[in-house]
Write a protein that binds this ligand. Sequence first.
Ligand code: FE2
Ligand code: FE2
Length: 437
Amino acid sequence: MGDSIFRPHDTARALTALLWQEHELSRITAGWIPAAPKYEIKAQLGRLSYLHNQNMKALYERAQELPESLKASSSGQSPPAVTELFERLAMANDLYSFLWGYHYVYRRICQNYETLSNRLDPLLDAPTMDKIRITQWAKDEILRSIAEHLKLAETGDVAYGHNVHETMIWETYVKSLWEIDELLLLHLMDMDKISWPYHPVAEPAGPAPSTSVPDPNYPLYENSTNKGMKSFSDPSASPLFESVKQMLYINACEMAAAESLAYMFYGVKNMPLEFYCDLSRHLWDEMRHSMMGIRRLEQLGYDTRQFLWFRGAPGDLSAEERFAEMYSSLTLVAEPCSFRKKRKSAEAFWKFGDVQSAVQSEFDVVDERMHVDFGNKWNTELYKQLGNLVTARELKERAAIRRMNELNVSPAEQEKLVKHFPGFCGISTSDLPYDRY
Ligand SMILES: [Fe+2]
Ligand SMILES: [Fe+2]
């Protein structure tokens, strides 16, 4: 390219490289959600993952307008060398090391954005400049957030790990990984001929650990990996069982859904890029729902240690099969069946003068409606990836049957209920005491 003005295909190439890096950053930050040992960090990683996805989306919109851009434009799979590099970057011995590497690499990506902006003609390539500006909006928030967490670790918060010796080795490793990235970017190295440095961590703490790490302030529902739905009818899990405020606890429990989606975001490959955009929003929404539940419970004077909690898990089926099942159970059963409960809770909260809880239920319904649309859009595609061609209707019935098996509904009853969707929800979700505050 030399130092001459960027032509459209030069911009396309530079944007594509940045776009995959943003995509991988959103994957590894999501992958670390279940590995993070504190609720607040899980939530923050959910936010960061979403911001990187937004950056990717902005670049993708522009890249599609340019020639020679993403050859496989519909595939959400980064070039294998880029995926490998970021997966290595994510496989750190503790949260501190992960954040250190992430910070190091993201700052260099920011420099690459700047270099690119300086090369672009501000008039001819104004649409690209505008998209880069969008990514810069998130930059301050991302850098501030990572720096804040690194500082907490350095001041001795044990949740982060931070073994000085291991961290030093890790820092050298991250720098050598990034040198490979720079060579790839400059086309000075062939993707197929990379010799990767020795990975210094034998047992990484993340990403996507075999079970999610619980926060000690959120005691677990006995031995539960994913029994969330059942336990909402177990009075021992919540002091709010006999009040409509149980809805706030149900919201707060959505961290388990967010974690399950985080496993999926990190683990599912080969879906279209648009799928990852929807999934990223979905993940961030579930995290927000959990945060709004916790915030309201705390405002009302409750402590998370008074409740029992669930964790998201990859489950025991093969990962991809598990993801497809989890996603269809969530979007075809749990979410469409939750509307009635949420709407009725909002009405009850208005009646009791609890405006904050009422409004949060209303926003919840807005988000959930979108998640159901996501499910209708992607479920059959996900099963197709598994080599399974099923219609949307069949999927819905299968998800309903899985749910009824969990609830021990008799086969005869199942047959009656499975075809009648709103009716089926009556047995799938337990009602709340809307007349009691
Ligand atoms: Fe939700
Ligand atoms: Fe949802």
